[in-house]
Design a protein around this ligand. Structure first.
Ligand code: 5GP
Ligand code: MG
Length: 198
């Protein structure tokens, strides 16, 4: 059985504070206008839910979902598996993503939204893994910067587990097998920072 130890990186209190500040910045920057907020499923659903409740400008919310396929990192291609339902043309769009790693997903989304005729495309990410960037991508609003590690909680998963954790945690692979499991067959262990009974 896989055993993962989770360490809290950012507590729910710190996240709440950061989200409130980000929403304040966004509201100020788009004052007098309105936003089409595009949440990237599934990871960003918790972030979107918290962020919009602190916005003081009119906002419409839509979601998009992407899948990557291909054998190697280099050959990986992205494709939309759940498209937007609201019109994008002429809108000020804010993409809300859970985490930016290589930057490929965010870049693909920016290009796609511009091609669909968005007036402007801005980006808001909860976690920026800046050091791992492979393609250059502009990020307008950043929650937290992390250097390394696999992050879970607050909507982010590891093989579909851990999305429910209220804190952002890092998966400590020490003592785990070499390969991350591909399916969520692992134990529902109690994560650090999760104070609810499982
Ligand atoms: P990118 O295209 O920037 O390399 O990858 C971005 C996507 O990879 C994110 O939207 C996220 O779904 C996934 N990802 C990258 N790093 C992590 C991580 O540390 N934790 C989780 N849960 N997902 C990650
Ligand atoms: Mg994502």
């Amino acid at each position: 059985m896989e055993q993962f130890i989770l360490q809290t990186l950012f507590s729910r209190e710190r996240i709440a504070e950061r989200v409130r500040l980000l929403a304040g910045e966004i509201s100020k920057d788009f004052q007098g206008g309105s936003l089409l907020l595009v949440g990237v499923l599934k990871g960003a659903f918790v972030f979107v839910a918290d962020l919009i409740r602190h916005l003081s400008i009119p906002v419409e919310v839509d979601f998009i979902r992407l899948a990557s396929y291909g054998d190697t990192m280099e050959s990986q291609e992205l494709r939309i598996t759940k498209d937007l339902e609201l019109p994008v043309r002429g809108r000020d769009v804010l993409v809300v993503e859970d985490i930016v790693d290589t930057g490929k997903t965010l870049r693909y989304l920016q290009d796609t939204l511009k091609r669909k005729g968005a007036r402007t495309v801005s980006t808001c990410v909860l976690v920026d893994k800046r050091q791992r960037r492979q393609v250059e991508v502009a990020i307008d609003y950043v929650g937290f910067v992390v250097q390394e590690g696999f992050i879970v909680g607050y909507g982010l998963d590891y093989a579909e587990s851990y999305r429910h954790l209220p804190d952002l945690c890092v998966v400590d692979r020490k003592g785990a097998s070499e390969e991350f499991p591909r399916r969520s067959s692992g134990p529902r262990e109690k994560g650090v920072g999760d104070d609810r009974p499982m």
